[in-house]
Design a binder for this molecule. Structure first.
Ligand code: ARG
Length: 462
């Protein structure tokens, strides 16, 4: 090593200021990239050996050393050092300590700039895979609920006011559809993550006759990045991932909001499992929906990470800048937060108990079939605007009598509009209302069942 003790210390005379050393180090957080750094280094060594820059013996020694290091890290025996700045130099220094001269050759034809960009992409590709798995688990739970509750009537809301009856199954399927778009977005994003920067070296490429297609193939990348400057510089893939994550968290947050509302005594539409709630230290009667509340809250930090990454990138000239070291913590936290929230939801949803009677009662109280009455009048030849007015009067009457529209007598209804006959009661029932919306995308139980079938076929859930 050099007189400053750094891998890059050759041109330096004075040691790094102790504060600056800690300030510029990233090892405390980028050490989680270690398995990917090792994976990348093994592929790089294989490629160097293929093109004759490393002998087979050197290559084998390097791979053996790296595998040993992977074990040390897993067993938490690895001597991480802040002085070695980041995960890359920690591993490289350890490799040389373990295997000697050959270790010093590993960094031929690469730079930490292409190395770190490759590590992050390998990491993120893996994580997106995990996230898609959890997301799918949640989606399947929603489809199960949608199917089981295809006939369960609840009030549908606009403006959080009772609007028209829908089924709980239809409502669950709505969440499934939102999450399906998130799924597609993450899959799309993974395609763009899966491009290999390695070989860009510091920024311009390398004079060695490297075979980037071979390395890319070894690492399972779709292809090597087509421009070395772009490859080491941009973090748009991380921004794109965090944006998709923010949108997904926004969906989970809205969903959480509904669960919170539904568990309140005023709604009382569902019961959350005890295992996903906590009590109050002072109010013995309380059962708080902490898990959905926390998920709703965590959406905020992911939004913050998107903003942090966009701001990190916005004024950077090509190519690599040290600013980019700041990409990791927001990205890691986004991944961790998203995985936790998806896991919580996927674990919780199968145990949510819909309170069918309560939901139906709420639909009954809100004049949810008023539109059905108006549509009925239209079918009897009354223009829609007049029908709207007549039904408004019927609602006024029911309000005054503290009853539902279906409780008004035929004489009362007839007085409002002579076109009303005794067949009106069929459309005033909640069941009749939902069953009538029997078209693709509608809330009729039959449609919900078909939508669930189609969804299962689409995402291969059996
Ligand atoms: N720790 C650095 C990062 O995360 C690795 C790349 C450093 N490259 C450099 N030229 N200083 O970005």
């Amino acid at each position: 090593m050099t007189n400053t003790g750094k891998l890059w210390g050759g041109r330096f005379e004075q040691p790094t200021d102790a504060f600056v050393e800690a300030f510029t180090a990233s090892v405390n957080f980028d050490k989680r990239l270690a398995p990917y750094d090792i994976q990348g280094s093994i592929a790089h060594a294989r490629m160097l050996s293929k093109i004759g820059v490393l002998t087979q013996e050197e290559c084998q020694a390097i791979i053996g050393g790296l595998e040993q290091i992977a074990g040390e890290i897993e067993r938490e025996e690895f001597p991480w050092s802040i002085a070695l700045e980041d995960v890359h130099m920690n591993i490289e220094a350890r490799l040389t300590a373990l295997i000697g001269e050959a270790g010093k050759k590993l960094h031929t034809a690469r730079s930490r700039n292409d190395q770190v960009a490759t590590d992050i992409r390998l990491y993120l590709r893996d994580q997106i895979g995990d996230i898609l798995g959890e997301l799918k688990r949640l989606q399947m739970a929603l489809l199960d609920l949608a199917e089981a509750e295809a006939d369960t009537i609840m009030p549908g809301f606009t403006h959080l006011q009772v609007a028209q009856p829908v089924t709980f199954g239809h409502h669950m399927h709505a969440w499934f559809e939102m999450l399906m778009r998130d799924y597609d977005r993450l899959q799309e994003c993974r395609r763009r993550v899966n491009v290999m920067p390695l070989g860009a070296a510091a920024l311009a490429g390398t004079p060695f006759p490297i075979d980037r297609f071979y390395t890319a193939q070894l690492l399972g990348f779709e292809r090597p990045a087509a421009n070395s400057l772009d490859a080491v510089s941009d973090r748009d893939f991380a921004i794109e991932f965090c944006s998709a994550a923010a949108l997904l968290m926004t969906h989970l947050s809205r969903f959480s909001e509904e669960l919170v509302i539904w568990t309140s005594a005023q709604f009382d539409f569902i019961q959350l499992p005890d295992a996903f709630c906590t009590g109050s230290s002072i109010m013995p009667q309380k059962k708080n929906p902490d898990v959905p509340e926390l998920v709703r809250g965590k959406a905020g930090r992911v939004n913050g990470h998107v903003m942090a990454l966009l701001t990190l990138m916005k004024a950077q000239p090509l190519a690599y800048n040290k600013d980019n070291q700041e990409d990791k913590e927001p990205l890691f936290d986004t991944v961790d937060t998203l995985k936790d929230c998806l896991r919580a939801f996927a674990d919780m949803m199968p145990h949510v108990q819909p309170k069918r009677e309560r939901m139906k009662e709420a639909a009954r109280q809100g004049f949810a079939t008023a539109t059905d009455l108006a549509d009925y009048l239209v079918r009897k030849g009354v223009p829609f605007r007049d029908a709207h007015e007549i039904v408004g009067k019927a609602v006024q009457l029911a309000l005054a009598e503290h009853c539902d529209l279906a409780d008004l007598s035929l004489a009362q209804l007839h007085a409002l509009c002579p076109a009303i006959g005794d067949d009106v009661y069929r459309v005033l029932t909640l069941e009749g209302s939902v069953a009538a919306r029997n078209h693709y995308g509608g809330t009729a139980p039959q449609q919900v069942r078909e939508a669930v079938q189609a969804a299962r076929a689409r995402c291969g859930g059996g």
